[in-house]
Design a protein around this ligand. Structure first.
Ligand code: NAD
Length: 294
């Protein structure tokens, strides 16, 4: 069920300082996109290596723009200062909106969200970039659930225009309005959707991944399936897309979907995607998935 994004914008509080929790594939991409469009952002992780990787990726993306003549080196240096990497919550007291982008695990997300809620101001909007976990469920342990909603970006963040803004049962209009406005300030197209496992896009995408997995389990050649789906008109096939998404993220997301829609999504047998995950073929994040990367 879609709600028009436009109606919320008039009431929106401007986001002057943002923060992202997690500097992984998504957190790093969100930090780059925010900085690139001029909203300063704190990028927090628990691992130094993750922060370095996140920053390296941003430098690479800015450098590409410089190469193409779309950005001067001076402006690139300025935009890079908009990303403030950190391992601590030191400056979170002045943040207008937080995007949580840590691993797709409800327990980890609960811990991180309650921790950050205790440190930010009373009006700070908290959002989660979860792919599948219900926003109403994630709001359960929060003291100010009215300030919380989903802000679901797609991978790679700098290329994918859509952002799902998810309204949980207790989400207030002000949270939706600020999140919609921030998505627009980042150059994205927000849509406001109601809460359910997988929201809108992943409710369509994960059954598709399931269908692909079953084909592979029955002996199909994944490269041929990819080629066929490209000919069908998709920009990339399911195997390549799974490598981009990450097998770990896909497995965790699928578990949540199976819990929400057991009759349609649950499977007794181990899926090809689970087997890939157990064999540490995570995709592009560790250079080996369905394909090998260098
Ligand atoms: P990732 O594994 O690349 O990154 C997760 C990061 O979170 C890691 O760097 C990890 O060190 C960090 N982290 C873990 N605990 C933390 C904590 N307590 N505080 C701060 N950082 C912490 O994962 P990802 O693919 O970027 O996914 C992140 C979220 O975005 C998940 O909820 C996922 O479902 C969602 N998402 C992923 C995709 C995708 O295609 N990968 C797309 C849309 C949404």
């Amino acid at each position: 069920v879609k709600k028009k994004a436009g109606k919320y914008e008039k009431q929106a509080k401007a986001v002057k300082q943002a923060a992202v929790l997690g500097a992984g594939i998504m957190g790093g991409g969100i930090a780059y996109q925010s900085a690139s469009k001029g909203t300063p952002i704190l990028m927090k992780d628990i691992k130094e290596e993750a922060i370095e990787l996140g920053l390296k990726e941003s430098r690479k993306l800015f450098a590409k723009q410089v190469e193409r003549g779309k950005l001067s080196t001076e402006l690139m240096a300025e935009k890079l200062t908009h990303i403030r990497p950190t391992l601590s919550y030191g400056d979170f007291g002045h943040v207008d909106l937080v995007v949580e982008a840590v691993v797709e695990n409800p327990k980890v997300k609960d811990a991180v969200l309650t921790e950050v809620e205790g440190l930010v101001g009373e009006d700070t909007i908290l959002t989660s970039n979860t792919s599948t976990i219900s926003i109403t469920r994630l709001a359960q342990n929060l003291k100010r659930p009215e300030n919380f909603c989903g802000m679901h970006f797609f991978n790679p963040v700098h290329r994918m225009p859509l952002v799902e803004v998810i309204r949980g049962e207790k989400t207030g209009d002000a949270a939706v309005a600020a999140t919609v406005a921030y998505a627009r300030a980042m150059g994205k197209t927000p849509i406001v959707v109601n809460d359910c496992p997988g929201f809108l896009v992943n409710r369509v995408l994960f059954p598709y991944f399931g269908g692909f997995s079953l084909l592979v389990e029955q002996g199909a050649d994944f490269q041929r399936v990819d080629k066929v789906m490209e000919k069908f008109g998709w920009p990339m096939g399911p195997a390549y897309l799974l490598d981009v998404v990450g097998m770990d993220t896909a497995v965790h997301a699928n578990e949540v979907m199976a819990e929400g829609f057991p009759d349609r999504m649950a499977r007794d047998a181990k899926t090809a995607i689970q087997v890939m995950y157990e064999n540490e073929r995570l995709g592009q994040k560790n250079d080996k998935g369905f394909y090998a990367y260098e």
